[in-house]
Design a binder for this molecule. Structure first.
Ligand code: SF4
Length: 234
């Protein structure tokens, strides 16, 4: 399996100490992608190596987070890891772009997930502008599958001033259903499209104002995540 790195984190799975595994590869080319080095990373690890990594920190871990890249490029590997994590009684979270609903369904059917964080990059009909591919309908399908399975769902959107309008976010909120909706601040360092390095980072107060505006129209918790203030519940 291709795993480009890992980190221990207290923020990726709220209230839980987690080991985050960054699965390499992703077929998309989101212009603001920060994980550029992971997209084509060829670092291979065996399941035994991953198992050893989990076991050596399991005493102080509550959860394993499978992130990327797009983890569902390697669905069999993800299932192998999550099955083991379930066996040893830790919680599980998957970060995904949602572009492989059939693969996601396999994992949901096996009841291997406690929490999914789904990146919804813009309204489902405008995906090509941000990702280079018209895959919004697949992401919508993934959202529906997660909700049908009753798994805790957080939807996140990275707000990029030149790629999104505030109206896009207002429209997006009408299209989604989740437990939590988080607007993330765009960061202009180490991004896939160098043109975005010149785009100003959005002011966190503006993001809070936008989140407050959409909150009445979203049936769940609304958050803002910024470099300055971390995670704020609106
Ligand atoms: S932001 Fe996520 S989905 Fe987009 S290219 Fe990067 S890893 Fe892939």
């Amino acid at each position: 399996m291709y795993v480009g790195g890992s980190v221990i984190s207290s923020v990726e799975f709220h209230g839980n100490m987690s080991l985050v595994l960054f699965m390499s590869k992703c077929p998309l080319a989101c212009r603001y992608c920060h994980n550029v080095e992971l997209l084509e990373d060829n670092t291979e690890k065996s399941f035994e190596e991953i198992k050893h990594e989990i076991d050596s920190s399991a005493d102080f871990l509550d959860a394993i987070v499978i992130s990327g890249g797009e983890p569902l490029v390697q669905t069999d590997a993800v299932i192998e890891i999550l099955t083991y994590v379930r066996q040893i009684g830790l919680k599980t979270k998957l970060d995904t772009s949602g572009i492989y609903p059939d693969n996601l369904k396999k994992i949901l059917d096996l009841d291997l997930l406690d929490y999914v964080s789904l990146d919804v990059k813009t309204t489902f009909s405008k995906y090509r502008k941000i990702t280079g591919a018209n895959v919004g309908f697949k992401v919508k399908k993934s959202m529906e599958l997660i909700n049908e399975a009753g798994v805790h769902l957080e939807i996140r959107t990275t707000y990029v001033p030149t790629l999104h309008t505030k109206k896009d976010i207002r429209n997006l909120v009408d299209e989604i259903e989740a437990d939590v909706y988080t607007i993330q601040q765009f960061r202009n360092k180490n991004v896939l499209d160098p043109a975005l390095e010149k785009v100003e980072v959005p002011n966190p107060h503006d993001l809070v104002a936008l989140a407050s505006e959409i909150k009445p129209y979203f049936n769940g918790v609304v958050k803002v995540k910024s470099g300055e203030f971390g995670e704020q519940i609106i």
